[in-house]
Design a protein around this ligand. Structure first.
Ligand SMILES: Cc1ncc(COP(=O)(O)O)c(C=O)c1O
Length: 369
């Protein structure tokens, strides 16, 4: 049995007729840029997030850059974030000319540790940028309390976590601004690049809207230097279909996580944790391994796909060498980078596949003796 890491086609295959029809509709209207599907998707996601204001943009990285820009983050500013994330989070901060300040993560959920944040706030701090990494919600209420004491906004990088929630509130509605990515392997995907900025404040949303279109409201008057970063209508039409399925898909991911636990995976690896009050949607299923190289070899030999996310934490990346971090500075993130492995995870992963993953590890262990 071959178990893939993700299975994007299994997800959209059954919806192919609906997708084809939606694409044909867009072709019929001929409105490709900021057409009716973008407005409808913004409205639909806004409704799911309790009335937040949504603005579709070209991808999740632009969503972060534009969100930071809308909060006037720029040269000389610092933004506190996590070292254990995809590079885009930190890159967006640097792209605005600001400095990412990396704070270590918690060992259980891999999200930024609120207990370590306050000590890193300086007069230059302009925002907190936590990430709901792998689909587990970051502790935004704890961060919010610190941010409020210092008058700082909280930006959620929710690229990996559509439909995750904390104490019943969905990610995207926990902070001041949130960003999503619709990259095709995300849990709420598109069929190409796409992203969304979600704002609590309508004035910030209006600025984000202006920024995505060259800093103009009307293509006539240009008020500031902006971007050409729009979600296109073909993407939006397809994402609207996927939005109707994303919660069932998230349930499928959670069922797959349960199947791993029931098959006994926890006897071999440390399984991902779901904190009290958190709803994890397992965008990636990340398990800690004693000897990761040996586990990887055993799985690969047994045709079980696996992958390392994020092998080098951000504070040790060459691009940030000038910031002066050293190995050992952020030990929890560094340990995660050394030991954590992504196992197959998608909404349609079966109990048989989960059992096969576990059996592959059992057989490898028996072969070694
Ligand atoms: C945590 C995180 N932030 C930001 C991004 C950037 O999104 P995109 O690839 O749509 O630019 C991604 C995904 O790639 C991500 O995983």
């Amino acid at each position: 049995m071959n178990v893939p890491l993700m299975d994007v086609r299994a997800q959209y295959g059954p919806l192919r007729g609906e997708i084809d029809a939606a694409i044909a509709d867009v072709l019929d209207t001929g409105r490709f840029i900021l057409g009716p599907n973008v407005a409808a998707l913004e409205e639909e996601i806004g409704r799911e997030l309790g009335g937040r204001h949504c603005v579709g943009v070209a991808n999740g990285t632009d969503a972060l850059v534009i969100a930071l820009n809308a909060l006037d983050v720029g040269p000389g500013d610092e933004v506190i974030t996590t070292p254990y994330t995809f590079y885009a989070t930190a890159e967006a901060i640097a792209r605005m000319g600001a400095t990412p300040v990396f704070v270590d993560v918690r060992p259980d959920d891999f999200c930024i540790d609120p207990a370590q944040v306050e000590a890193r706030i300086t007069p230059k701090t302009k925002a907190l940028l936590p990430v709901h990494i792998f689909g587990h919600p970051a502790d935004i209420p704890a961060l919010r309390e610190i941010a409020d004491r210092h008058g700082l906004p909280v930006i959620e990088d929710a690229a990996q976590a559509y439909g995750a929630s904390l104490n019943g509130t969905p990610v995207g509605a926990l902070g001041d601004i949130a960003t999503f990515s619709f990259f095709p392997t995300k849990n709420l995907p598109g069929i190409g690049d796409g992203g969304m900025v979600v704002c609590a404040d309508p004035d910030v949303a209006a600025r984000v809207k202006r920024l995505r279109f060259h800093g103009s409201r009307d293509k006539v008057v240009f008020e500031e230097v902006g971007y050409n970063s729009r979600l296109d209508d073909l993407q939006a039409a397809v994402i609207r279909i996927f939005l109707r399925h994303v919660h069932a898909w998230n349930d499928g991911r959670r069922a797959a996580a349960s199947a791993y636990a029931e098959a006994g995976l926890g006897e071999h690896l440390s399984l991902p944790v779901e904190r009290d009050g958190a709803r994890h949607i397992y965008h990636l299923y990340m398990a800690r391994c004693g000897d990761r190289d040996a586990v990887q070899k055993a799985l690969s030999d047994g045709d079980v796909a696996n992958a390392v996310y994020y092998g080098i934490p951000m504070h040790l990346q060459p691009v940030f060498a000038h910031l002066g971090y050293r190995e050992g500075d952020l030990p929890v993130a560094e340990e995660a980078a050394r030991t954590v492995l992504a196992l197959p995870m998608h909404p349609h992963l079966t109990a048989e596949q989960a059992a096969h993953v576990v059996n592959t590890l059992v057989q490898a262990r028996e072969a070694v003796g």
